[in-house]
Design a protein around this ligand. Sequence first.
Ligand code: FES
Ligand code: FES
Length: 154
Amino acid sequence: MTMIALTVNGERREADVEARQLLVYFLREQLGLKGTNVGCDTSSCGACTVLVDGESVKSCTVLAVQADGSEVTTIEGLATGDELHPVQQAFHEQHGLQCGFCTPGFVMATVSLLKENPSPSEEEIRHALEGNLCRCTGYHNIVRAVEAAARAGA
Ligand code: FES
Ligand code: FES
């Protein structure tokens, strides 16, 4: 076991983890942050996307020990109290979800995209989110939601 210390959603966390523990399972099982989903476990679907030091990362591709010392944000860390993050609000208003399984990953990837490119074209949105899959094929409204979030200045 290895002791790691990191900040998760603004809170400092220390924990003993196995060297082979993936970040996604650390978040879900050790910290109980079940909003980060596991869709494939093989870096294909993006359901496990979180921010590590502000960059979107598929947390099934990262070991928990690699996140030692970093700042991790999960879907649970976006809202401020009862107030949704503008990206969450835009997904809600534009019906950018169906079953919702892929949604946390899309929202986190969108937060990262809009930080780098606050006003992306539809093509840039589709390109930036191509690592995230929606089995319900809700892509049209997802793109609309990202555009709405950009307009809202997310
Ligand atoms: S669970 Fe990580 S990419 Fe699918
Ligand atoms: S809304 Fe169901 S997988 Fe995307």
